[in-house]
Ligand binder design. Structure first.
Ligand code: M6R
Length: 608
């Protein structure tokens, strides 16, 4: 999830681009770079680290104020280490085309091989350089840059928003998108392209949203949107933005948490890019190819990542038949755990910097046990200290309460269970097919469901906002989800909440129940529904009020039945999770709490 900007106009392009990057820095920040076209040709300045590092290099690079056309990038690494060579913009062999990219080109490996066999050299490890060199190849013998881009994009699979300049055509910029955001800003004598509106908001509020499959050409005084295949013009509507910059960074949402909840369909899509083969009905995780199928999986994590691990256990055991233990990292590290040959420790961490999780994985490595990292931040300590690493591709998560990161972890855990199930032959073809098709269709289904979910969350949260305590109840894989629902509620609304296995109620907690102590139940149409239902009847018999996430057509009589769309098997988690997140969000917002930065909490717990 990188930030990109392109500028063609009457102002010096470099300061406009750098200022734009600053307002996009929340999208990613492990390296940054700018390319600009001036009389002497194309110049590129890029550097590892935050934008301040790039600015130092720019200051040392002499006069950069002549160029009126430029492109720039702030990176959130997906391929290759976050270093200067992998930083964008990338340049083609002729030194004339430069490009920035946000997204993932799935077939970059085979394209790279093809280009190498034709004599192209690669300096970086990125998929971006591959796509650029493919465009450059198509440009040979092609007068139109748009045509070259179009031809190259027809060979590329995956997600992208690209912005490109050509030293032979100063004053012009090209861009295209598929599954990665791209917007165009229309000024007077200047036009902009960016991954997000804040990049150009100080200059213009007139915006055109670029859609998948569109290709754009701009100059200072013109703009054109075309179909990326036929190059026929596409009519576009110009929108006027009324938000301020801060609101725009939140995409018009009131809080980052809400924005991140609504990003989840995109997160699932990014996570699955290159990993799901819908033709062959299988999953591909080349990162795991060199590892044996573990004899036992030991998951070590904290907080929300721990809940994701607990949920994953069900799939590892059911589909891959791998015995699985899940430990809170701060417990694991001090309890002298028994680890054996054939074990694999899976360390789950959004940030990749959580002190206890790191200590847990170090303990395992000291005993010669391989560690697989599942994390969101390329180059983080978890990724560096693991024997193999899988990235969750969720993009930077800003709200302290983790939402989209867990969604990406669940997606990856499911994919891993399918991968090991297919490798060991323990999963049957029908399940595999249902899972692959279900995952493929999931982003759209969730996108459709989220707006109504938010409305329901708002209505129900108002009724319960004065509660002092909540029990969250679930069974099977919905038990860890109930723990996550409780964690979300307590961390942002400060209402006490506990997640409980519904079947455990009668062993103690039911004593708490009275008309002022509500329960939030997960009672979906699955094998355990009859069991959950009888647990809820027991609660009702003690006067307890119940909100239940459920499906239509079920015989369930509760105070507030929250009907969720049906989803196949474990995919129901992807409907349950945002409902839990939205309930916590709406409660906290209604109570006037600081949703994005709750008291006493840090985004990343890097000390013990
Ligand atoms: O970065 P990590 O995934 O390792 O972080 C683990 C926990 O600190 C984190 O999930 C925390 O529980 C969040 N505040 C939950 O919303």
């Amino acid at each position: 999830m990188c930030g990109i900007i392109g500028y063609a106009g009457h102002r010096p392009a470099v300061p406009v681009c750098i200022e734009g990057l600053r307002r996009l820095e929340y999208r990613g920040y492990d390296s940054a770079g700018v390319a600009f076209v001036e009389a002497g040709g194309l110049r590129i300045i890029k550097q590892k680290g935050k934008i301040a590092e790039l600015e130092k290099d720019i200051a040392a690079s002499g006069n950069v104020m002549q160029a009126m056309t430029g492109i720039a990038h702030t990176r959130w690494a997906t391929h290759g280490e976050p270093n200067q060579v992998n930083a964008h913009p990338h340049v083609d062999d002729s030194g004339k085309l430069a490009m920035v990219h946000n997204g993932i080109i799935e077939n970059f490996g085979s394209l790279r091989q093809m280009l190498q066999s034709e004599g192209h050299n690669f300096v970086s490890e990125t998929d971006t350089e591959v796509l650029l060199k493919l465009i450059s190849r198509e440009k040979n013998g092609e007068k139109s840059v748009s045509k070259a881009i179009s031809k190259a994009l027809q060979q590329a699979e995956g997600a992208y928003a690209i912005v490109l300049v050509d030293a032979d055509r100063p004053g012009e910029i090209w861009a295209a998108r598929k599954h990665s955001p791209l917007v165009m800003g229309l000024g007077t004598g200047e036009n902009f392209l960016a991954s997000d509106i804040p990049a150009f908001l100080p200059y213009t509020r007139e915006v055109v949203f670029i859609e998948d499959g569109e290709l754009v050409h701009i100059s200072a005084n013109s703009w054109k949107v075309m179909d990326a295949v036929t190059l026929e013009p596409v009519a576009k509507e110009v929108h006027t933005i009324t938000w301020d910059v801060q609101a725009a960074q939140k995409g018009g949402y009131k809080h980052f948490m809400l924005k991140e909840i609504f990003e989840q369909p995109r997160v699932i899509r990014d996570c699955l890019t290159g990993r799901l083969d819908t033709k062959e009905k299988c999953v591909r995780l080349p990162e795991l190819d060199t590892l044996e199928v573990p004899k036992r999986l030991v998951i070590v994590a904290c907080g929300t990542s721990y809940h994701a691990g607990l949920w994953g256990k069900y799939l590892f055991e059911t589909w891959a038949r791998i015995p699985c233990e899940v430990d809170i990292a701060s417990e694991f590290r001090y309890r002298d755990p028994i680890l054996c040959e054939g074990d694999l420790v899976l360390s789950i961490s959004q940030s990749g910097e959580t002190a206890d999780t790191l200590a847990g994985m170090r303990l395992a490595r000291e005993q010669g046990i391989p560690v697989l990292g599942l994390c969101n931040v390329v180059g983080s300590t978890v990724s560096r200290e693991s024997d193999a690493v899988l990235y969750t591709q969720a993009g930077p998560e800003i709200s302290v309460a983790s939402t989209k990161a867990m969604c990406s972890q669940l997606t990856m855990l499911m994919t891993m269970a399918l991968y090991w199930g297919q490798k060991s032959g323990s999963i049957n073809a029908q399940i595999m097919q249902q899972a692959v098709d279900g995952l493929h269709n999931l982003p759209e289904a969730l996108d459709d469901a989220l707006p109504a979910m938010r409305e329901t969350a708002r209505t129900i949260s108002r009724k319960y906002a004065d509660s002092r305590s909540f029990l969250y109840l679930g069974r099977g894989p919905n038990y860890p989800l109930s723990m996550e629902g409780a964690l979300k509620l307590k961390e942002i609304s400060y209402i006490h909440a506990e997640g409980y296995a519904a079947g455990e109620m009668k062993h103690g907690p039911i004593a708490l129940i009275d008309p002022h102590f509500p329960s939030f139940a997960i009672a979906l149409d699955d094998d355990l529904f009859p069991k959950v239902k009888s647990n809820l009847i027991e609660v009702q018999a003690r006067g307890g009020k119940i909100v239940a996430l459920t499906n239509s057509g079920l015989d369930l009589d509760v105070d507030d039945a929250w009907i969720l769309p049906r989803a196949w098997g474990p995919l129901s988690a992807f409907m349950i999770l945002p409902a839990l997140q939205l309930f916590a969000y709406e409660t906290a917002d209604y109570l006037g709490k600081d949703v994005d930065q709750p008291r006493n909490l840090a985004k990343s717990v890097t000390v013990e």
